[in-house]
Design a protein around this ligand. Sequence first.
Ligand code: TXA
Ligand code: MG
Length: 324
Amino acid sequence: MVLVLRGKEGVARAVQLLRQGECVALPTETVYGLAADASDDEAVAKIFSAKGRPKNHPLIVHIPSAEHLDHWAAEVPPAARTLAANCWPGPLTMLLRKSKHASLVVTGGLETVALRVPSHPLFLEVLASVNTGLAAPSANRYKHLSPTSAEQVVGGLAGRISAVLDGGPCEFGLESTIVDLTRDVPRIVRAGPLSRQLLEGILGGPVEMPAEHDAIVPGNVSAHYQPRTPLRVLALDRLTRADVVNAEPGFIVYSKQVAAQLAVLGVADRVVYQLPENAAGYGKQLYAGLFALDQLGLGVLFVEEPPVDDDWAAVNDRLKRALD
Ligand code: TXA
Ligand code: MG
């Protein structure tokens, strides 16, 4: 049984459990995280075992405010301060050289540490109370979908964690943008809700974004966000072809005309997940859609191919990883 915590009392109980060295699932604005005291190696070890995650996959340390940067990082370049001032609290994670306070258990043996200040009010309340860093990866089992609601956390980690703080559905629904600031030119190593264009605007200079994501982020293994049902991404004109419709599939679409055509072809509503046509709205609901359709035990999931541009980079990145 996973205890579902709510409101002020829930926050107090979550804080108590964290202080006792337990791990607790907490809501962030991106996805739910499985948190433990980043300064307690034994507590952090519980995260790895609950997720079944390899020990060399480093964790993000969530901090109460930018004032905590210098505690966890040994070198904080001006660009990092500028990004912190403009993007925190929010869905931006920065890679920096680690200080002696960042344990190698948290950093997976690396000399860098990933830091972010999340914006979910309940997570911020917990951070203000514990007044330290909380290591937290997404609250899913290794290689499963990241949860965007407390129910999904319970579904994925029941029997492996004691509690989840319910903060409602996540605002962004995709994991934070990760920027490596240990280089001369900052580099996006995981696309996320904050686009390259936005970061370049804030910094007034170039930000690199490789087409294929860096091996520097050990979690960027190609097959990562996989639903159990096989998944195919198809262009709009192929989605309504007879061979597709007759395969007893589920659909994730965003064009209203495709949804209408599928209805005409007799495809049941319950297997068609209609997402918003804008990248932010789409990203927010993508994991919920994959999760819902994955529960139906269908033969295959077809996803309408999204546009390819900076705004859709995070969505396209996650879909690429979800392909079998
Ligand atoms: O939005 C998010 O970032 C969510 C919420 C909970 O904050 N967290 C999240 O954590 O997505 P996780 O562990 O699922 O993904 C973090 C990624 C992993 O691929 C990990 O390998 C990478 O960040 N990472 C963490 N520390 C790193 C480091 N020092 N160097 C390189 N990559 C690092
Ligand atoms: Mg994850």
